[in-house]
Design a protein around this ligand. Sequence first.
Ligand SMILES: Cc1ncc(COP(=O)(O)O)c(C=O)c1O
Length: 520
Amino acid sequence: MKSYIDLIQQTFEFPTMEFHVNEDNELLFNNVPLMDIIEEHGTPLKLNYLPKIGEHIENARMFFRNSIKRFNYKGNYTYCYCTKSSHFSFILEEALKHNIHLETSSSFDVPIIRELYRRGKISKSTFILANGFKRPLYTQYLSELINEGFNAIPILDNLKEIEAYENSTTAESVSFGIRIATDEEPNFAFYTSRLGIRYNDVNQLYKEKIESNPRFKLKMLHFFINSGIKDSAYYWSELTRFMFKYCEMQKMCPDLDSIDIGGGLPIQTSLQAGFDYQQMIDEIIENIQWICNKNNVPVPHIFTEFGSYTVGESGAVIYKVIDKKLQNDKELWYMIDGSFITQLPDSWGMNQKYIMLPINNWDNPYQKVNLGGLTCDSQDFYNSEMHSSDLYMPIIGDDETQYIGFFHTGAYQESLGGYGGIQHCLIPAPKHVLVDRDPEGQITTRVFANEQDSESMLRILGFRDESYVQPLPPADDDDNETSTEDKNGKSKNGVSEAIAPSKPKPAKKTEETELAGAKN
Ligand SMILES: Cc1ncc(COP(=O)(O)O)c(C=O)c1O
């Protein structure tokens, strides 16, 4: 019978630049021998291969550079990283080594921005493109950044947002972007996106609120296609419509010189042949230029905010098969020591596929299996791939151990599934290791987090006197995002609470807590 490696070699061009198998029939990911990492750290294990982040940033820059040169495009290109894809310090710090700019989506991003500034990782000239439907604390924080000279640009998401900056900004010049609400893909539940401002309202917003204010400037129009950049009639028609709007606005607004085309550069979710990124970017640049020329408008500078593309392919999760269960004549389960629902929530919530490969036993024959997670939820399984409705794994004897890797999992999984919190069936967050290379190219590893322990769960669940959940003082309105702050986003002593470390408040000593304490 053929071995697993035969199956892969007859299905794909294998090995690839990223994956190959050594003489022990074990998988290497970016030349990192994964069995060595498993032997050192065990499973389940999350890992990030950090050099991938810079590689992708530089690749995207190269694609834009090539296109700009090819079409003699007169605008420039700026790479921003969309922080919501992964907020971890090690991701941001790695990305920022490549001189990038940032896109934010929440008031809670701003303390991160300030911390990065404090650590010298960004400067005041770093673009902070602030997206999202903004509550008062977010606009307040943005105004503070602007007043202090940071290059923060609120991207207006609704008609009222601009009013928040009228009194709270004191800077001589405040630049804005406007996010334009795109139409959704034809098969989506809604016709027009709820995010951004509808096309028909953009002119009035500009005329009444920006043009009329001598301190305010419209610098950028923003659009984001949720389903990503792809060669579809839908994508091109939305980009065209957006560019015609840009040209119309540019003629009445001389400060407008940039567009942000959002995120959505796709990543590999299977070993099948990759995307022709250069061609995608060429087409974008060519289209933008063609529409501007047709309208006699100078081409805009282009910003992107790639999230998945920056960080997705750096991530992997490794599991061990802890049991084989044959539940009827043909349904064989490989039970893993983790959970898809909690650790790879996109695989459960949106049927997202990842590159999935065994780590060892590539010379064993293979069989069709279903992978089962540890929670009690019947949906906690993974049994098909991007290229196939079946999933195959090496056949293992009772004395053999099988490890399985899911690759390109670096974006959104922690933001959606949570990290170190309370999850389904109390499945703990796995150990998390960062893999890097030293200046000589040697592999280095460092533990970012050990596997979550039960003590942290007990604290979150309120089984400890020093509760994780802080008692809330009575709210005076429902606009504050944190009730420790007054309406200006300041604590009583004038320091932004989100920047100052929050001290746990001692639990009120009541008869109940004393009793609970005595029991513990
Ligand atoms: C406004 C905005 N920009 C950028 C992104 C990043 O998209 P991606 O991760 O597909 O690159 C998102 C993702 O939701 C977004 O909402």
